[in-house]
Design a protein around this ligand. Structure first.
Ligand SMILES: Nc1ncnc2c1ncn2[C@@H]1O[C@H](COP(=O)(O)OP(=O)(O)O)[C@@H](O)[C@H]1O
Ligand SMILES: [Mg+2]
Length: 446
């Protein structure tokens, strides 16, 4: 590509000649990203395809300009632009040199590399730019292993990560123009919030789906195909496509249940090695997450059954999860995703499930540092007294064994307290639990 051609591609994605489409602000993420940009580190943004990484980067570009950065000091490179013919590290240098020559920026430069994993060895280029302090760099990718094993160490200790998942319930409400400014607002809009929760559980939180007023299922199917094709089949050059599809279907039908490779091998008639390898790819592409059993011994955790959760409940519903028959499971998935978001903000957090030899189970164990900080049981139908008894017994046992006094039972509507072994167990409706972080923030503001 010659310089004129390069410049033409770059012009389409940069703020030099026109305003960028930035969509609905995701203020929490943006504030965090802007904070990271004040540090000396490289910033990496990872998350599933279509979760909104590129939009967030564009929001940062616009925010920088608001803060007084000259638009010519910003270089945004969309590495998925099909007009870039030869994707290797030399392309990055060529782009950068052309940019310097034509835009002649003075002072600090900000470089955004969108979908960096398209370029093998991008880490080396970024490392050099960073070391020579030529630019502040933000890199995004739709793969959890954005930093390759081989070159990732080049950036060890030199980068800050931001995870972008589909919208949280709070963001989902904001995208639907339901602003919750105070605790009072939350109480006033309770009915509307509950109605919206059902929609959130059914269609999920991908921004494009949330903003669409029709054809949500088609959009979701399209997201699914795109993710599987680009981030799994092509990236890992998979030939056994049918096996991969069967595996995805298996996981979707087993959200929140315990699975072992051994039992899957028999059921799917695929070798254990393939199942393990493919599961790793699904995890890297952020399609599924796997939750391990809590144990004080690390070794045991490795071979215990794992629980699987999807990156988005809307996505699993179009792929074959039976929503109307499994609302409780969907609720569990939504809780898991919210815990993942909280974990992204607090690297000290670790998530597990708990199970003892008597098959007593607790859905989520939240560990913070060395301590178990919260136990969460999902009990969608509290009216069913037997369920409640069983759930309570499990919680009681786990509270003792893990020395944790903070236990929550998340319900559809029921709210209240119950004393267990002299400790209080709280029943919290899902919508309230999901918005609790919001309430925390407000506590700090006032
Ligand atoms: N903040 C936002 N406001 C409005 N629409 C958004 C926003 N973020 C994402 N979208 C929608 O979702 C689509 C995918 O977002 P994008 O940023 O391209 O995802 P990613 O870069 O993570 O693959 C966009 O084309 C847009 O339709
Ligand atoms: Mg993108």
């Amino acid at each position: 590509m010659n310089k004129t051609e390069l410049l033409e591609v770059l012009r389409a994605w940069n703020p030099w000649a026109r305003e960028l489409d930035t969509g609905v602000p995701r203020s929490r993420h943006l504030a965090r990203l802007m904070g990271f940009l004040k540090s000396r580190q490289v910033v990496t943004i990872t998350g599933p395809r279509r979760a909104g990484k590129s939009f967030l980067m564009r929001q940062a570009v616009t925010e920088l300009q608001k803060e007084g950065v000259n638009k010519n000091n910003i270089l945004f490179v969309n590495l998925e632009d099909s007009r870039f013919a030869r994707l290797d590290v030399r392309l990055l240098s060529q782009i950068y040199d052309t940019y310097l020559e034509f835009l002649a920026p003075e002072g600090e430069i900000f470089v955004f590399l969108d979908e960096a994993q398209e370029i093998v060895g991008w880490e080396r280029w970024v490392r050099t730019m960073h070391e020579l302090q030529k630019a502040k760099i933000v890199v995004s990718g739709s793969n959890a292993k954005l930093l390759s094993d081989e070159l990732g160490t080049l950036l060890t200790g030199r980068h800050l990560d931001l995870a972008v998942y589909p919208l949280s319930f709070e963001e989902f409400l904001a995208f639907n123009k339901i602003e919750l400014k105070s605790q009072m607002d939350i109480v006033d809009k309770r009915i509307e919030i509950q109605r919206r929760l059902r929609q959130y559980m059914e269609n999920g939180g991908f921004p494009e789906v949330v903003l669409a007023d029709r054809d949500q299922k088609e959009i979701l199917l399209n997201h699914f195909d795109d993710l599987v094709r680009k981030d799994i089949l092509q990236r890992f050059r998979i030939r056994k496509q049918q096996e991969l599809k069967d595996l995805i279907r298996f996981y979707v039908s087993n959200i929140g249940t315990l699975t072992t490779y051994g039992s899957m091998e028999k059921y799917l008639k695929v070798t254990r090695g393939t199942i393990e390898r493919f599961s790793g790819y699904l995890e890297q592409a952020f399609l599924f997450f796997f939750l391990k059993r809590f144990s004080f011994r690390v070794k045991v955790q490795e071979k215990d059954p794992r629980k699987v959760y999807a990156v988005d409940t809307g996505l699993s519903n179009v792929v074959g999860f039976r929503f109307s028959e499994n609302v409780g499971r969907s609720a569990e998935n939504v809780i898991f995703l919210e815990l993942k978001r909280r974990q992204a903000l607090n690297p000290e957090l670790e998530l597990f499930y708990w199970k003892d030899v008597h098959h007593r189970e607790v859905d989520f164990v939240v560990k913070e540092g060395l301590k178990v900080s919260q136990l969460i049981q999902v009990c969608w139908n509290v009216q069913d007294f037997k369920t409640k008894e069983r759930e309570l017994r499990s919680l009681k046992k786990a509270m003792g064994e893990l020395d944790c006094r903070n236990a929550v039972i998340v319900t559809e509507e029921y709210e209240g307290d119950e004393t267990l072994n002299g400790n209080t167990v709280r029943y919290v409706p899902l919508w309230k639990w999901l918005l609790a972080r919001k309430a925390d923030d407000q506590g700090k503001v006032h």
